[in-house]
Design a protein around this ligand. Structure first.
Ligand code: 13P
Ligand code: SF4
Length: 378
């Protein structure tokens, strides 16, 4: 995990208005040399400065398209900045305003544990090929591992397409008989496999904290999906009880949740989909409709703000905030732009050549499997 050193006192003393004016001035000064990308979970103060915004898939695609900007300031979390670095050429510099903006889910799949798991799974298998898939919420090292082993990355927007691809071993003529190792989000893996018609009994959990993942060779041979024991701490806060409570209200709420939520939550919801899917579903809904959304707090707030003619609330009564996304604030954004103007590239995120090569293989496979519009994950 990376740590951000505290900013100098001077930055603590600036008001929000001063920070906004400073960011505006520096953005103008850099012009086309600078692009700011913002994930939908960013706080409103920051997203207002994003030239382009999107979910994980859209931002990967937007990063790959950057040919003019010399500097890409990524307002998101570390794995997203790494992906942007991997997908752009060596002339673009990717900057993460706060290095402590990590992802607890990505941290749940350590590369050494993934290597150990692979060794065990391959040894336990009796000839059925295993294709590894990693959710894009993972380190570049894990992505490179997956690329090297004929697998692919996925996001919540295209997980179904990637799993179908992987079941066929990445070839259109494959027999569809491959097994899948899905890391690090067990929920996205389970929800996707189930949506594709696989029963829960065909899935097992690999727990990296236990010897051989807590599995026997027989269990591996009998399974179709090996799901890594990882999860998102934010989406893990949504429960089926919250949906039951919303159903008891007088208003006819539509319940829509992200597929990082647990299986029983997704099953009880009306709609399940990625960030982009959620945004579009509410944007397209009739005025006056009611929405209870099971995803990150800042996104829910923005959806409510941008749909004043609809009734939008969080599914949970508490604020389900991604605290690492929240680390990116006006202060850190201003600080890194000011450093840049002074000729210092602070907080550059860069991936070494070997890791870059293989992780790009996995990311390119993901980008080749893009749906034309957000697809339901249920
Ligand atoms: P998406 O942006 O793919 O919806 O993923 C949500 C998320 O948790 C990002 O970390
Ligand atoms: Fe990671 Fe969850 Fe935050 Fe996304 S919302 S960055 S998966 S902790």
């Amino acid at each position: 995990m990376l740590y951000q050193l505290p900013l100098a006192d001077r930055y603590q003393q600036l008001s929000d208005d001063e920070l906004r004016a400073g960011i505006r001035r520096l953005k103008e000064q850099f012009g086309k040399r600078l692009v700011i990308l913002g994930h939908h979970y960013q706080q409103q103060d920051v997203i207002e400065f994003a030239d382009l915004r999107g979910d994980s898939l859209k931002l990967s695609q937007l990063a790959a398209e950057q040919k003019d900007a010399e500097f890409i300031v990524f307002c998101g979390v570390h794995f997203m900045a790494e992906s942007a670095d991997i997908l752009t050429d060596n002339r673009r510099r990717v900057i993460l305003p706060d290095l402590s903006a990590g992802c607890s889910m990505a941290d749940m799949a350590d590369i050494d544990d993934v290597e150990d798991a692979w060794q065990f799974l391959e040894g336990a298998e009796d000839g059925t090929p295993i294709t590894p898939i990693t959710y894009v919420n993972s380190s570049a090292a894990v992505k490179a591992f997956v690329g090297r082993h004929d697998g692919a990355c996925c996001t919540s927007s295209n997980a179904k397409l990637v799993v179908e691809w992987a079941l066929h071993g990445g070839t259109p003529n494959g027999d569809g008989g491959h097994k899948i190792l899905f890391a690090p989000d067990q929920h996205l893996g389970r929800n996707t496999a189930y949506a594709l018609g696989f029963p829960l009994g065909s899935m097992i959990i690999y727990d990296p904290a236990q010897r051989n993942g807590g599995l026997t060779a027989e269990q591996v041979r009998a399974a179709r999906f090996i799901l890594w024991k990882g999860h998102c701490s934010v989406h893990g806060l949504f429960t089926k009880a919250q949906i039951d409570a919303v159903r008891k209200l007088d208003e006819p709420y539509n319940v829509i949740v992200h597929p990082e939520c647990a299986w029983e939550v997704c099953q009880a919801a009306d709609l399940v989909g990625s960030t982009e899917y959620i945004i579009q579903a509410v944007n397209k809904a009739p005025a006056g409709s009611y929405w209870a959304i099971g995803t990150e707090h800042n996104l829910v707030k923005r959806v409510a703000l941008e749909n004043p003619d609809k009734h939008v609330r969080s599914l949970a009564g508490i604020h389900c905030l991604c605290t690492t996304m929240y680390r990116i604030d006006l202060r850190h954004l201003y600080w890194c732009l000011e450093r840049l103007a002074a000729g210092e590239i602070a907080n550059q995120v860069s991936v070494d050549t070997e890791t870059r090569h293989w992780s790009k293989v996995a990311l390119d496979r993901m980008l080749a499997l893009r749906p034309t519009q957000p697809i339901s994950a249920k």
